[in-house]
Ligand binder design. Structure first.
Ligand code: BGC
Length: 781
């Protein structure tokens, strides 16, 4: 969220106060008027609390001619503008719109209080740009009393492998942004899971560039169809949070293009997204936001991206270097792209034509997405359709990892007692923290523990917010005749005693993660491994439900009978989990990232941390006059595993994961047969999938390719998949055509893609480690 780039505790103190004030206000509303009244009043009240927002006045001009192309309209408009007007569109204006210290009213502004705001130019009819973080729903509800749907984490969406669902996810966010008056999203994260301890994994879409790229492509396409500018971020290789402003990522060009950048390339090309946010870190010696290879060469030239690049919040570090490298907008401040840019144009350091290009990119995007012709229509968010989408995503995104002896689904009529244990599962499900945090109505369902006496207020990135969705209630509703009892799980002995007295024990375990910090290890925090072990020792029918942002180690996995990965399941998470546990929904999700057995198996067994400051000069204040000091020491992370990200690493190194990429169980079973492959310009793979079990289900059929020997590639890569819905006993033919780009390699010397001639082996099956069908195909000359 705004200002979070430097994590100064003094700034977050203010935010915490503002949020606390807003949270209290919301709670009062809830108790006075009930949920529905609250929802409608806060939604309409968004415009009535001193944040009116604005729509540009109707202005006549040739650029308002809708029959012209966005580029032509932008050119006509740029031709009308002074240099000052042009640069006014190229930067934010700091943190205006935020409540002042102690919750004091903010200074007057047309900002709606989203993370970013750029005033428009009324004389030309250029609208204000109102930006909100929206990775898993529209954020910052608690500050301004707006309701928005807390969706399941992006990882849950990715676990569905469902492009239609990704479209719905994006459409919902777009609709809710639009209804709240925002015309630009800052969501759309697709940094690959290179570092599985990354605190932002929950905002991203797993470890595979093609899966992540295609999903974000649909999501952004749908979002922009709502008349809201989309954004894909954080470009690029911002794969860990630790020292994110100072880490210099070393990675070779081929690996860069075939892994992290490929996800962006696909996302950008498939969505026509209007904006790309460059990241905080350095890549091969240059900050991402002034890296000419990343911005000018790869993104703008090679991917043909016509939109604009905005910096992550505080990620701009220069004027001429950044502008010439390809950065178009400094956010959220005005240090480099306001007066300094005008000066650089006047003294010839930055050509005026480059400034025109920057403005053109922004305006052509606004025309293309409809900001001029179809401004946001502010109205009450449709919470019911939000609930419905949130629940569906959670049902399609919750992965069944283990189900020994058909423990699941539970049969309500046969059960007399259930123990529900841990993770505040009596009232809530966990959500992810940081700028993507969607505030639930009334604030966190679990109040934060008060800081110890004398300790500073909890820092922004340490907030843990629980969505009000009660697994206990949802489970009781499924088994009305059973005794369903709750134990908080704080004491493994009392939890085990309840488990022993019950037929089935369901243990909810959690791993809070947030922007701004990585998790110290893959182990569950707070002694939860001991909790699971104690419960499993007391009851052989122990089911573990994980609410995690990252993959976690499971030292107890052999002792429990079932494991469900629910990620952060959103505002209807409890209902989705209960539907899966009781079989009203047949799980179909598959892991979008590998779950390693142990950290020793990771390419980087230890997280690379920023070294402590060596001299007083490494401690610098980011704010004029502030007493806060931060460690500014640069350090390197060498991604020498290169293109072996996730499953490609485990395959290449011959390591057995705990749960493989692409893996996930169902309550039915599937068989694969009749593989045929055809070469040519558009190689085609066809096969049959049969539901061999007794219930209806959906199988994600996965297609991998091993490149010709000598191509220097990991053993295989995912190139296509198809979700097949099948009735019991039904078989369906599946045919997918393979995109040649996904079969190609990047030649770093020639700086271009090429298809290596030779024998390609095609693999088909239900997970990266279960591929019963294979055939070879010769491609090239
Ligand atoms: C985050 C971005 C976010 C921005 C605005 C930054 O700290 O890295 O993802 O969009 O803040 O809130």
């Amino acid at each position: 969220m705004f200002a979070t780039w430097i994590a100064p505790n003094d700034w977050f103190g203010d935010r915490t106060t503002a949020r606390a004030v807003a949270g209290r206000y919301l709670k009062l509303l809830v108790s006075l008027t009930g949920l529905l009244l609250m929802l409608s009043s806060v939604a309409t009240g968004a415009g009535g609390q001193g944040f009116p927002g604005s729509q540009a006045p109707a202005v006549k001009g040739p650029w308002m001619d809708k029959s012209l192309s966005p580029d032509r309209r932008a050119d006509l408009l740029v031709g009308q503008m002074t240099l000052e007007e042009k640069t006014s569109l190229l930067h934010g204006s700091g943190f205006r719109g935020m409540p002042g210290p102690g919750g004091a009213p903010p200074p007057p502004t047309r900002s709606l209080g989203g993370a970013g705001f750029i005033p428009g130019i009324p004389r030309l009819g250029i609208p204000d740009l109102q930006m909100a973080d929206a990775a898993v729903g529209v954020t910052r509800g608690a500050v301004y009393g707006r309701y928005s749907t807390a969706l399941p984490s992006a990882t849950s969406e990715a676990s569905s492998w469902d492009l239609q669902l990704a479209h719905e996810y994006g459409a919902l966010i777009g609709r809710e942004l639009r209804n709240q008056g925002f015309n630009m999203s800052l969501g759309g994260g697709i940094n690959l899971t290179r570092e599985p301890r990354n605190g932002r994994t929950f905002e991203y879409k797993g470890e595979d560039p093609i899966l992540a790229g295609k999903l974000v492509g649909q999501e952004m396409k749908a979002l922009q169809e709502q008349g809201v500018i989309g954004d894909i971020k954080h470009y690029a290789v911002n794969d860990q949070e630790s020292g994110r402003n100072f880490v210099d990522v070393k990675i070779d060009r081929r690996a860069l293009r075939e892994s992290d950048l490929l996800a962006f390339e696909i996302g950008v090309k498939e969505s026509g997204v209007g904006a790309v946010m460059c990241s905080y870190n350095l890549v091969n010696g240059d900050y991402a936001c002034e890296n000419s290879y990343l911005l000018g060469q790869a993104l703008k030239k090679d991917f043909g991206f016509p939109g604009f690049v905005l910096s992550d919040w505080g990620g701009t570090h220069s004027t001429a270097k950044a502008a010439l490298a390809g950065l178009d907008m400094e956010m959220p401040g005005n240090t480099y792209f306001a007066d300094a840019l005008e000066k650089a144009v006047k003294n010839g350091e930055v050509p005026a034509s480059r400034v025109d290009d920057m403005v053109h990119r922004i305006l052509r995007t606004e025309f293309a997405v409809g900001l001029f012709d179809r401004p946001p229509d502010r109205k009450v968010v449709d919470i019911y359709s939000g609930f419905e989408v949130a629940q569906r995503v959670a049902e399609h995104g919750t992965v069944l990892l283990k189900n020994a002896q058909g423990q699941l689904p539970l049969r309500a009529t046969r059960l007399h007692s259930i123990a529900v244990i841990g993770s505040h599962s009596d009232v809530a499900v966990l959500s992810g923290g940081g700028s993507a945090q969607v505030d639930p109505p009334g604030g966190s369902a679990v109040p934060p523990p008060p800081p110890p006496p004398g300790a500073p207020a909890r820092a922004f990135f340490e907030r843990v917010v629980w969505d009000p969705s009660s697994p206990l209630k949802a489970l009781r509703a499924k088994a009305p005749h059973a005794k369903v009892e709750y134990d908080p799980g704080q004491d493994p002995a009392t939890a085990a005693a309840l488990a022993k007295a019950s037929e089935v024990a369901i243990v909810f375990v959690n791993q809070p993660t947030s922007e701004g910090r990585d998790v110290p290890s893959l182990s569950l925090p707070d002694n939860q491994d001991a909790l699971v072990s104690a419960v499993a020792a007391a009851n052989p029918h122990t089911i573990v439900v994980l609410e995690t942002g990252d993959p976690v180690a499971m030292p107890w996995v052999d002792k429990v009978s079932a494991v469900l990965e629910a990620w952060y399941p959103g505002i209807r998470g409890a209902d989705a989990i209960a539907n899966i546990l009781f079989g009203d929904v047949n799980p179909s999700a598959k892991l979008p990232m590998t779950f390693p057995r142990t950290e020793a198996d990771l390419p980087h067994p230890k997280l690379t941390q920023q070294p402590p400051p060596a001299f007083a000069t490494d401690m610098v204040s980011p704010f004029p006059g502030s007493s806060f000091r931060m460690n500014t020491r640069r350090f390197e992370v060498a991604y020498d595993e290169g293109l072996k990200v996730g499953y490609k690493w485990y395959d290449a190194e011959g390591k057995q994961p705990l749960f493989a990429f692409g893996y996930g169980l169902s309550y039915t079973s599937y068989a694969y047969s009749d593989l045929k492959v055809e070469g040519g310009q558009a190689p085609t793979v066809s096969f049959r999938v049969k539901n061999t079990g007794a219930r209806e289900g959906a199988e994600i059929a996965e297609v991998y390719v091993s490149l010709p020997a000598g191509a220097g590639e990991p053993p295989k890569r995912l190139v296509a998949w198809e979700k097949v819905h099948l009735a019991p006993g039904e078989a369906k033919p599946v045919s997918v055509s393979l995109d040649r780009h996904y079969l190609s390699t990047f030649n770093a010397e020639k700086d271009s893609w090429e298809l290596v001639s030779g024998e390609y082996k095609i693999w088909v099956g239900g997970s990266s480690r279960s591929l019963p069908l294979s055939k070879t195909l010769t491609l090239g000359d």
